[in-house]
Every structure is written in structure tokens, then in C-alpha cells.
Ligand binder design. Structure first.
Ligand SMILES: Cc1cc2nc3c(=O)[nH]c(=O)nc-3n(C[C@H](O)[C@H](O)[C@H](O)COP(=O)(O)O)c2cc1C
Length: 463
């Protein structure tokens, strides 16, 4: 398995998953534009060798497909879900090591982030350059419990950042630190090994260490080193680490920034000051173009896998789930025992912690991975006056512009509150009428006889 980004890049080259773009391109709009429009045509990893104004290359769209996540975990794509769920049950704690390549260069004076790192400016109206792969690590100072997640980070000045710490547990750690009037120490890690990067997005409750999860998914303990100026540990093989503090009680406009949801958002957000940057020799900058498809793996697939591992055993009748569009749309496959099971399971999913807004329940004979099948179930098995449940005033996803957003006052600092309504569509067959809804097919016996014939013809290459 891959101990760092570089080993993974080598593997991607061997597998012909990565394309080198040799022409000189600016990190402002040009590289993002190429990522956006190239990926639309062909979902490859892109490696920009020649970045205008920098000697540092940029790699992007690393985990844009399930195949590449499977490569990162060393499994076949068809076994990815099964293997994920099995490894997820076997966490492996990180190991603290004395030294690591991330310490090869230590900058503690005259810090100028934008001079040191080719941070991209992504969309037309973005307020400036943003880290979009910055994995923010922090700890609750009282309990020592760690947080680790990707957060959007605006470069506001040579060592000043705007940072969106909206999701718990880090949002809770900041709130507690602010109540004490203390700053929150943070380390922003760029260029992790691919599985640790993926694991950072898991919606884990406070107390679950995502390095333990990453270790389990990799099958080997992640090596961590101590930071220079803050009491935190970071992956020893990362490309860059920025160490600093989120200032207590301070809020400033951060944005506009074109988000994963395809819309711009400006928030009144905390400010961080960076005191130390460490990086490897000849570092590589890992970029992510928002709204260009990589979130399908990093949010939808990640949260779907977590949903499966947590919910399939705890909600009776729930057989499988698929998440789309940052989890806002969730499809649930269910096995009904009672007529009310469809709506009952939907109501349980409303509260499950995934930031869903539309939930569609279907039967076991519907392929929830096939949109055409899903639309067929909705068109033919769902009655609007009978099969809908709507809930108001539920917590929503902050980057869904249709939600209602307010700011509440917490310990002298404003906290963003996002509320949504939710709809559940029960597109399952009524139990009492199963025969009427029987899906058309040819007899089973015939299916097994014709399969080899179909496969033979599928194998024939057409000119
Ligand atoms: C591309 C990407 C960008 C994200 N940006 C943010 C963000 O700006 N703010 C936020 O609170 N969560 C963001 N998230 C979600 C968090 O990474 C995720 O909820 C994580 O579990 C938070 O963990 P933490 O609270 O331990 O930091 C983002 C996720 C992805 C995949």
C-alpha cells in the first residue's frame, strides 16, 4: 500500500491513470479550467509539471473514480465496497515517529504562503486562492481528542487564512476553545497518502480518531510526527504542513468561493494565523477542483460507505443505500415487512447524521445504482398524495443555497446555523398489491441459458 502521495502517483502512472500536462499554466484559473474541462471528457488524474511562477508541480483529480480509490486501497474495484466494510471494522492506531520527510524544510520566519505554495484560484468570482485539499487537524485541549477533516481555506495574507470549520467535531472544539478565550491550534496538511486523505472526510463522531480508521483501511499504521510549534501530530510523509492557530472570537467575511454544490458562498468565518510551514524536498501540491466530480467519491461514496457500515445493521428492513450530490439525495433499498415500513425507514434516515434532503425508498427488485431504474420506480410505484413525508426545520448542509441560514451567538463568536426541510418519497410497492407490480422479465431458466450467448457477442469488438 502507499505510504505517501508520491508512491500513489507512481502507481497511477504505471496504470496509465495519470496524464502529464507539460505546457506552462497559471494557478489562477488556467490550471482549474483545464481540470474542469479535461475531466468532463476524460476522468484522469492530471499532473501539471510546469506551473507559472513556481518550481512546484500540481496534481489534481486524484480520487475522481472508484477505480482509483480501489487502487489506493490495493483492491479490485468490484470488491471495493465489501473490502471497505470489512477493513472498517479493524482500525489500526497511528504510530508516533521521531522524524519524517515532511520536516525536510522548516520555515518559521517571513512566512508567505502564496510564495511557498502554488495555491489555485478556481472560479471566476472566487475571492482569491483557496486550499481545497487542506486536511485540518486539531485537538480538544481538555480531552486530547483529535479532529481531522478537509476544510476550505482562503489565503488572505502572507500568513493569514480564512477557514470554514462548520462540521463537528472541529466546530465543537473551536466553540469550547472560544468559551475559554483561547485560540485553537491547528495543522493544515496538504498532500497526504490517498487513503488518509479519503478517511479525513468520514463523518465520525467526537472520540473516533480518523487516523485509526485510515490505518485500518490501509492495513498498516499511519506514521505521525510531532509539529514544531503546536501540540499536534501530522503524517510524517505529507508534502506540506502549515501550523498555526485559529484566533478566538474573531469572524471576518470569507469568500465568495465556488463550492462543491456548484454555487458561490461567502460566510462570516474564523481567521487563522500560520507560524510555521514544513515541507518535503521537491514538494508536490495536491489540488481539487470543486464541482468537477471528485466529490462524488470524496463525499457521496465516502458517506455512503459509512452509512452502510452504521445503518444497515441498525435500521431493520434497510438493505442498501446510495448517496448522490453530497448526500442531499439518498436512495434507500428496503425489504418491507409492513405497509408503513417505507415511510418509517425514511423518517429514521432523516435523523441519521448524513446531510440528506430528499430520500427515495424503493424495493429490492430496483437497481439503486441505476438512475433509469430509479426513475422507473418513482414513475410507476409512487402516488404523491399517499407516499410522501415532509419534515421542516432540520439541520441542513451549509453549501445548499436553498437552505435558510442564520447566525447564532455562541461564546462571543457567531456560529452559522443552516436549516432545511426534507422530503421522503416512498416508491415501494404496496404489500397488498405485490402481483400488480411484478416486474417484467423472461423466465429464470431462459435467462441462464441465454447469458453465455450474450456474453460471447458482447466480447466481439465492433469496428
Ligand atoms: C472537498 C471537500 C471540502 C470540504 N469543505 C469543508 C468546509 O469548508 N467546512 C467544513 O466544515 N467541512 C468541509 N468538508 C466536510 C468535512 O471534511 C467533513 O465533514 C469532515 O468529516 C470534518 O471533520 P472534522 O470535523 O474532524 O474536521 C469538506 C469535504 C470535502 C470532501
Amino acid at each position: 500500500m502507499f505510504k505517501d502521495l508520491r508512491e500513489f502517483i507512481k502507481k497511477l502512472e504505471e496504470e496509465r491513470e495519470l496524464i502529464h500536462i507539460k505546457g506552462r499554466l497559471s494557478p489562477k484559473f488556467e490550471i482549474p479550467g483545464v481540470i474542469k474541462y479535461f475531466v468532463k471528457e476524460r476522468n484522469s488524474v492530471l499532473f501539471f509539471d510546469n506551473v507559472e511562477g513556481y518550481k512546484i508541480p500540481v496534481v489534481a483529480n486524484l480520487l475522481g473514480t472508484k477505480r482509483r480509490l480501489a487502487l489506493a486501497m490495493g483492491v479490485k474495484e468490484k470488491n471495493l465496497a465489501e473490502e471497505y466494510l470489512s477493513r472498517r471494522k479493524k482500525p489500526i492506531k497511528p504510530t508516533l515517529v521521531k522524524r519524517g520527510p515532511v520536516k525536510e524544510n522548516i520555515i518559521s520566519e517571513k512566512i508567505d504562503i502564496i510564495k511557498a505554495i502554488p495555491v489555485l484560484t478556481h472560479h471566476e468570482k472566487d475571492a482569491g486562492p483557496y486550499f481545497t485539499t487542506g486536511v485540518v487537524i486539531s485537538k480538544d485541549t481538555k480531552t486530547g481528542i483529535r479532529s481531522m477533516g478537509i476544510h476550505r481555506v482562503q489565503i488572505k495574507g502572507p500568513h493569514t487564512l480564512g477557514i470554514f470549520l462548520n462540521m463537528p467535531p472541529v466546530a465543537t472544539f473551536l466553540e469550547r476553545a472560544e468559551k475559554r478565550g483561547e485560540p485553537l491550534e491547528i495543522a493544515i496538511v496538504l498532500g497526504l497518502d490517498p487513503v488518509s486523505f479519503f478517511s479525513s472526510v468520514i463523518l465520525a463522531p467526537e472520540g473516533i480518531d480518523k487516523f485509526d480508521i485510515a490505518g485500518g483501511l490501509i492495513g498498516r499504521s499511519v506514521s505521525l510526527v510531532k509539529c514544531e510549534s503546536v501540540d499536534l501530530e501530522v503524517p510524517a510523509n505529507a508534502e506540506f504542513v502549515l501550523e498555526g492557530r485559529v484566533l478566538p472570537g474573531k469572524r471576518e467575511p470569507e469568500g465568495p468561493f465556488g463550492e462543491s454544490s456548484g454555487h458561490y458562498f461567502t460566510f462570516n468565518n474564523p481567521v487563522a494565523e500560520i507560524e510555521v510551514i514544513t515541507h518535503r524536498n521537491e514538494p508536490i501540491y495536491h489540488a481539487l477542483m470543486p464541482f468537477a466530480g471528485e466529490e462524488d467519491i470524496l463525499m457521496d461514496f465516502c458517506w455512503q460507505m459509512e452509512g452502510k457500515s452504521l445503518l444497515l445493521n441498525s435500521i431493520p428492513g434497510l438493505e442498501d443505500i446510495v448517496l448522490k450530490d453530497m448526500g442531499l439525495i439518498t436512495v434507500a433499498q428496503i425489504k418491507k415487512q409492513e405497509e408503513s415500513d417505507g415511510l418509517k425507514i425514511i423518517e429514521q434516515l432523516f435523523e441519521c447524521g448524513i446531510p440528506n434532503k430528499v430520500i427515495i425508498a424503493v424495493d429490492e427488485d430496483v437497481d439503486i445504482y441505476d438512475d433509469k431504474d430509479l426513475w422507473w420506480a418513482i414513475s410507476t410505484r409512487f402516488q404523491p398524495d399517499r407516499d410522501v413525508v415532509i419534515k421542516k426545520d432540520m439541520p441542513g448542509l451549509s453549501i445548499d443555497p436553498s437552505n435558510i441560514q442564520t447566525e447564532s451567538d455562541s461564546s462571543g463568536a457567531k456560529v452559522l446555523v443552516t436549516m432545511t426541510s426534507k422530503i421522503g418519497i416512498d416508491a415501494t410497492k404496496p404489500l397488498k398489491d405485490y402481483d400488480r407490480y411484478k416486474r417484467l422479465d423472461v423466465p429464470e431458466l431462459v435467462k441462464s441459458r441465454i447469458r453465455p450467448i450474450i456474453e460471447r457477442y458482447l466480447a466481439v469488438k465492433t469496428p
